[in-house]
Design a protein around this ligand. Structure first.
Ligand code: PMP
Length: 356
């Protein structure tokens, strides 16, 4: 028998392109156009100047400065917080920790495609629950037996937000399984369901530093929930690798969370740009759901998504598009700085004129 027959079969996640060409207007992976909070640069400077020798040591495996900063900011006890290397790391740990009943885990048919990858990797049965025709989650579809539930709120890549009451109904109706709300894009005007962790011991809220805190390159994500859920997550994490959070991320992450004013100002700026960009798209005839993240998921009734994607790329504008019956005509366009979005609007106007 060849070793090849004993390799774990996986279908890996395909991440958005990170092109070498820095002249592209890069609006394909929902990164933030603004730099991280000024305190992050200061923390990096201090690390380089005085604390470099600290890198000799293993980092604090509880990531205490970061967890303490999150605890103060989100009014949670440190025992209610779990941190990881991006929310991808946190979410992957959640799949491994909580989805072991053998019953199918439920998530939307159009959603963050990594969920299906983790389910495959860990051999977790799952069912994809179709969104409705307006690309909305139908809460009633989740009120049934399951081995766990996970979805982003707002959903990705649609950008559609499910209201708190509907999320609560889902959490309440599945007391025997863990419900994970992936709030990667919550800071762009959405309402977090975090307060519900006080009422429901089966609810876990996951957030990231990659979008609203401009730190995708640092890789920090976190989960907040009942102390018992967090303890279970830590047990699995410490059975895997105790030292995933490195010292620079711990210190820079803490510095970012401490600067709440900068955080709120940059998020508000992105929301303002998004609203302006959405109205320009509407005036060009695009259709889209009301966007609640730092991106717009839009289609044009008269032009193919593949064609628009290609023509934008020719103009050095990179957005994201997936093949697929329900999503193939859509482009997911990240909200960048105002000047970038004006360039995108202008490019789309020209493209539509050319094709007409
Ligand atoms: N959840 C959703 C819905 C996302 O879109 C992303 C970003 N690709 C993530 C989680 C993971 O983000 P990160 O690992 O950078 O925290």
């Amino acid at each position: 028998m060849s070793w090849k027959e004993n390799v774990r079969e996986v279908v890996p996640y395909i991440a958005g392109e990170q092109p070498q060409d820095k002249t592209l207007i890069k609006l394909n992976t929902n990164e933030n156009p603004y730099p991280p909070a000024p305190g992050v640069q200061k923390a990096l400077g201090e690390l380089a100047d005085g604390r470099c020798a600290d890198l000799r040591l293993y980092p604090d495996m509880d990531a205490s400065p970061l967890v303490q900063a999150l605890s103060d900011r989100y009014d949670c006890r440190p025992e209610e917080i779990f941190v990881g290397v991006g929310s991808d790391d946190v979410l992957s740990m959640c799949f491994l920790t909580f989805f072991n009943s053998g019953r199918p885990v439920l998530f939307p048919d159009i959603t963050y495609s990594f969920y299906e990858v983790w389910a495959g990797l860990y051999r977790i049965p799952y069912e994809k629950v179709p969104l409705d025709r307006e690309l909305r989650i139908r809460p009633e579809d989740y009120l049934r037996g399951n081995g766990g539930i996970i979805f982003p709120n707002p959903n990705a890549p649609t950008g559609v937000m499910l209201e708190t009451d509907a999320v609560e109904e889902i959490v309440r109706s599945s007391p025997d399984s863990v419900v994970i709300i992936d709030e990667a894009y919550i800071d762009f005007g959405g309402t977090s369901v975090l307060p519900l962790i006080r009422q429901y011991d089966n609810l876990l809220v996951v957030q990231t530093f990659s979008k609203s805190r401009s730190m995708a390159g640092m890789r920090i994500g976190f989960a907040m929930g009942n102390e018992q859920l967090i303890r279970c997550l830590k047990d699995v994490k410490f059975s895997f690798n105790s030292y995933t959070m490195n010292l620079p991320s711990i210190l820079c992450g803490a510095a970012a969370v401490r600067d709440d004013l900068y955080f709120r100002e940059t998020c508000a700026r992105i929301v303002r740009t998004r609203e302006r960009f959405a109205s320009s798209l509407a005036s060009l005839g695009f259709v889209f759901c009301p966007p609640c993240g730092n991106f717009v998921f839009a289609a044009h009734p008269e032009y193919s998504g593949a064609e628009l994607f290609r023509r934008l790329r020719e103009r050095k504008i990179l957005v994201r598009r997936w093949d697929g019956e329900r999503v193939g005509e859509y482009l997911r366009i990240t909200i960048g700085a105002d000047a970038q979005m004006e360039q995108v609007t202008e490019a789309l106007r020209e493209i539509l004129d050319e094709v007409r």
